[in-house]
Design a protein around this ligand. Structure first.
Ligand code: AVJ
Length: 322
């Protein structure tokens, strides 16, 4: 029988306080910004799942192609009993890894880590049928803040897929990798998905799809602020923008105010003033080069030993060791 354990590191007030602090800081900065973590309420998580099926949004398919081809090698190289997955969401690609680790005869425990309790619960329940012998230890946590509280027993592989690391700016990535290094033991592995630098037209299309799903996803953050903070954003008064920053080699999503407007945010006692055309940066999504991935990992103490891409060379998956 599957055993299911749940650790909750997010007290009722934690997310609320983090949201308020972040929104106050971000909307009083110039230029205005919000953290991409706030996209992912239930609706935002659904919209992201929809994005992963869009013809323009290649990263999910490209990463899945790599996992289909190499999950067996990954399981053999890592030799881990525990798979820890950061930002596990729906845990869909995870099945490829779990299956390979089970075939390799090493798998005993899966530790999905996510801020979304609903995503964790449905993923854990969906796995029970297919992996009756697997111990699932779900951790509700902000992986930026609670890395040191992850369960430690046995050799571990930490999977951080989907290029979610690209949501962090370089300084944050460095801090994250050092933190992660600190919580791992020698021989533990890091499986890291990184979207690669490519033709900007391909990138812009991936973040500005023809069906408008990404625009909906972007505007959803305003609905989250309205609901959680009693704000009065009019989502229709902002336009979705996807911009390639060639110098930093990252995509930016922005929301551009279509007219001058004042927005009330009673929860932080703020009235945010927007000029016509003023933008909020809602996400960066860094794109990587193989040598950059290796260097960032090395600076964090990780030795990159295996590197795979999809056939079209759009996405990279690396396996490094502590
Ligand atoms: C889940 C953060 C990897 O940056 O590509 C998709 C989120 N944003 N479309 C990404 C996203 C716009 C995605 N990550």
């Amino acid at each position: 029988m599957t055993t299911l354990t749940i650790d909750n590191h997010l007290s009722a007030g934690y997310l609320d306080a983090a949201l308020r602090a972040d929104v106050l800081d971000g909307l009083t900065s110039a230029p205005k910004r919000l953290r991409p973590a706030w996209f992912y309420d239930a609706r935002g998580s659904e919209l992201f799942e929809e994005i992963t099926r869009l013809p323009e949004y290649y990263p999910t398919r490209a990463e899945r192609e790599i996992l289909v081809a190499h999950a067996g090698d990954i399981a053999a190289f890592a030799g881990a009993q525990t798979l820890v997955e950061l930002g596990s969401g729906s845990s869909e690609k995870t099945r490829l890894l779990l299956g390979a680790m089970r075939s390799a005869g090493t798998l005993s425990r899966y530790v999905p880590v996510d801020v979304s309790e609903s995503a964790l619960m449905s993923a854990a329940h969906a796995l029970r049928a297919d992996y009756p012998e697997l111990a699932v230890h779900a951790v509700i946590a902000d992986f930026g803040a609670h890395l040191s509280e992850l369960p430690r027993a046995g050799r571990r592989m930490v999977a951080f897929l989907g290029s979610t690391i690209g949501n962090l700016v370089p300084d944050e990535r460095a801090a994250f990798l050092l933190d992660l290094y600190g919580t791992l033991s020698p021989g533990d592995a890091l499986l890291l998905g990184t979207d690669l630098v490519k033709d900007p037209a391909v990138l812009v299309a991936a973040y500005d799809d023809a069906a408008g799903v990404t625009a909906e996803f972007n505007a959803n953050v305003l609905r989250v602020l309205n609901r959680e903070m009693g704000a009065d954003f009019d989502p229709a008064a902002f336009a979705h923008r996807a911009v390639w920053d060639a110098e930093n080699e990252w995509m930016e999503m922005r929301l551009r105010s279509l007219r001058p407007q004042s927005v009330r945010l009673p929860a932080v006692d703020l009235i945010a003033e927007f000029a016509e055309g003023e933008e909020i940066r809602t996400e960066i999504s860094a794109k990587f080069r193989p040598e950059g991935v290796r260097a960032e990992l090395a600076a964090g103490g990780f030795d990159l030993r295996h590197w795979w891409t999809d056939r079209a060379g759009r996405f990279g998956l690396s396996l490094s060791f502590r």
